[in-house]
Write a protein that binds this ligand. Structure first.
Ligand code: ZN
Length: 438
């Protein structure tokens, strides 16, 4: 999952894994056995642990790795019918997994296509190598999985409920149709609806999303519950009570004209987590007050003018734009080309009530509505959102989390394309996805 780096638990596998078994699974970990991948300092532990398995002929001890873990170093009781073979198989995939993915790689910040391979070890990109011989699938296209920079997945219970309504009636707190629908939903319905939305986002290539979650602590908890078990990272901007920061990853303010946010901004600062705020959506009146709060992320900025953007540049605040939602609500068109002259701009699909949270759809709309190069739009849909909140994904380069999207460049939709970046941004769809790695 696209998140802060975590300590590898490869040693734990090693203690269940005997040499013969490693040989059997050589193909799963590339050219080397697990033993060869480990440092010398760990090897004595491995050899000690090797002595506790079953005979080499049966492929390992009929004993679960879980039991071994509980038993520690003591010889296990092998009554169970679990096979170490099976358990090790799972462990290799879930804990230590090395893989090389070859194809056209949109590597680095430039997304310059190279024919090469991405080497992934233990969930991280360890190398991006150009190769001259095309032994792999020459049609495969590998790009960073998307980071949706602004969503409200809570309104998964109100899809299309506001067709034809304006901003105030549809989504403005506290009494809009969206708020009424969410409030009327029971917790199970809400969690299930959000879970299904997240699953859709994951399947359409999104590795992480930055969500403004309404309804305070309970709201943030419901989203955590909805995201459980999925390979998509929810970065939650919680609302209302500052105590929401016990659950959320940052604070999301509806807008500087809606309430007084000074204390909540201070609470986020105290915890060292980001404070984000909507600004300049229906008009420009809340932009200066929002900037006074020294936000870490501004959302919308449809009505931003030069006097605001000079402050944005001085304060070095990134902006998330949601052009489809702005169109649906009739609030205008964010001046993306100008915003990019002052700061980093990320792309979000905004309310699930208004839009399907597919980054393919958001990119296509943006590319065809604004005068922007495809590379810029792809950067807005990947790198910019990740960097806005310091996620370690969004770019294919060594050291980043391997949150990758693998497309079939020879699908019925993509076959014969002139340029992969143009095609991904302007044409590709979820039907072209071979794999989402997150
Ligand atoms: Zn919003």
């Amino acid at each position: 999952m696209c998140a802060a780096p975590q300590h590898s638990t490869v040693v734990e596998i090693a203690s269940y894994c005997r040499t013969e078994l490693c040989e059997n699974y050589r193909h799963l970990v590339g050219a080397k056995t697990i033993h060869e991948l480990l440092s010398d300092s760990i090897k004595p532990t491995i050899h000690q642990a090797s002595a506790i398995g079953g005979s080499p002929s049966n492929g390992g001890c009929e004993h679960s790795s879980r039991q071994v873990a509980e038993d520690g170093d003591s010889p296990p009781n092998c009554d169970g019918r679990y096979t170490l073979l099976h358990e090790t198989h799972i462990a290799l995939f879930s804990v230590y997994h090395m893989e090389e993915i070859e194809g056209t790689v949109l590597a680095g910040q430039s997304f310059e296509p190279i024919h090469g391979r991405v080497v992934v070890e233990d969930g991280y990109i360890t190398a991006v190598e150009e190769v001259s011989e095309r032994d792999g699938d020459p049609d495969r296209i590998i790009l960073p999985a998307f980071v949706n920079a602004h969503t409200h997945v809570g309104d998964s219970v109100a899809k299309e409920a506001a067709v034809g309504l304006g901003l105030e009636e549809a989504v403005a707190p506290p009494d809009s149709l969206k708020h009424q629908r969410i409030e009327a939903a029971d917790n199970e319905t809400l969690v299930t609806s959000m879970h299904r939305t997240l699953r859709f986002m994951q399947r359409t290539g999104t590795a992480a999303f930055l969500d403004f979650r309404e309804f305070g602590v309970d709201g943030a908890r419901a989203l955590r519950e909805a995201a459980a078990g999925l390979d998509i990272a929810a970065f939650i901007f919680g609302s209302d009570d500052p105590a929401v920061l016990d659950v959320a990853d940052g604070f999301g303010a509806s807008g500087a004209n809606d309430d007084e946010f000074t204390a909540r901004r201070a609470a986020a600062e105290e915890r060292g987590v980001p404070f984000a705020i909507h600004a300049g959506e229906p008009d420009a009146t809340d932009i200066h007050p929002a900037l006074d709060l020294e936000p870490d992320l501004l959302v919308h900025m449809v009505h931003a003018e030069a006097e605001h953007l000079r402050r944005v540049a001085d304060q070095d605040v990134p902006i998330a734009v949601c052009p489809r939602a702005n169109r649906v609500l009739g609030v205008g068109r964010p001046p993306i080309e100008t915003l990019l002259e002052y700061t980093s701009v990320a792309l979000g699909s905004d309310n699930v009530m208004l839009n399907s949270p597919s980054m393919f759809r958001e990119m296509e709309y943006t590319a065809k509505t604004f005068d922007l190069p495809s590379r810029t739009v792809l950067q807005m849909a990947t790198t910019a959102g990740a960097e806005a909140v310091n996620l370690d994904c969004g770019v294919i380069e060594p050291g980043r989390r391997a949150a990758l999207l693998v497309l079939d460049g020879d699908s019925d939709n993509l076959s014969g394309i002139a340029d992969p970046v143009d095609a991904i941004v302007r044409r590709a769809s979820a039907l072209d996805i071979q794999r989402v790695i997150a």
